[in-house]
Design a protein around this ligand. Structure first.
Ligand SMILES: C[S@@+](CC[C@H](N)C(=O)[O-])C[C@H]1O[C@@H](n2cnc3c(N)ncnc32)[C@H](O)[C@@H]1O
Length: 197
């Protein structure tokens, strides 16, 4: 299934979630951040919030790799992953004084962190999810200078070895901002997988 949605990301995410995950389910959000994905949620889900930053009292402050490594097997209905967007080492050449890029932890990670995340997700997500549990990853590809970084494809290829792909949902970005054109990201991908183990 390949579908294109336009709209603010909380609305797009919640539409996808509602389609695949029934109300009352337990959802583990391992990069909860400011919780913007959950804004105006109408459905009744039990959300477990994990992030390396503790911006709210009910957030479990942890590195998601450590958290997932220790989490009990077969215990969660849905895992949601919304990592930072740009590799810090790739973007250092650009002079960025933009409002959006002030929240360093939201925006930057490293190539090493991405590689570690892929290893953790591949092993731990199918283990932690219940049978027929759902994994949703929100991730972006983009250009930095002339280099294309196909992160969504890499994540898709890794997870498709372990879980059954359910859909790729593309959400074009039409927001006006001051981000330099050379680090343009054109769309967000929501990748959805089902656990059949
Ligand atoms: C793009 S933001 C997530 C935004 C969030 N979904 C929202 O709706 O506000 C990425 C988040 O990943 C978190 N993060 C980055 N590396 C992490 C790690 N190793 N463990 C846990 N959280 C991490 C950051 O602190 C940041 O909040």
């Amino acid at each position: 299934m390949l579908t294109c949605f336009q709209g603010s990301t909380n609305i797009v995410f919640q539409k996808i979630l509602k389609f695949f995950v029934k109300e009352g389910s337990t959802i583990l959000d391992i990069t909860f951040g400011r919780g913007l994905s959950w804004k105006d949620l109408k459905e009744n889900y039990k959300i477990m919030k994990v992030d390396k930053r503790k911006l709210f009292d009910d957030v479990i402050q942890a590195d998601f790799n450590d958290y997932l490594n220790k989490k009990e097997s077969n215990s969660i209905d849905c895992i949601y992953f919304d990592p930072p967007y740009y590799f810090k080492e790739k973007i250092s050449n650009f002079n960025i004084n933009d409002q959006m890029l002030n929240n360093e932890e939201e925006v930057f990670w490293t190539e090493q962190e991405f590689a570690e995340a892929l290893t953790t997700l591949q092993t731990e997500v199918p283990r932690i999810l219940k049978y027929k549990g759902i994994f949703i990853a929100k991730i972006m590809d983009g250009y930095i200078g002339k280099k294309y970084l196909p992160l969504a494809f890499e994540l898709f290829d890794i997870m498709a070895k372990e879980m059954e792909p359910q859909g790729i949902f593309v959400c074009p970005i039409d927001k006006k901002d001051k981000i330099p054109g050379l680090i343009r990201i054109n769309q967000i991908y929501y990748l959805v997988f089902k656990n059949l183990k």
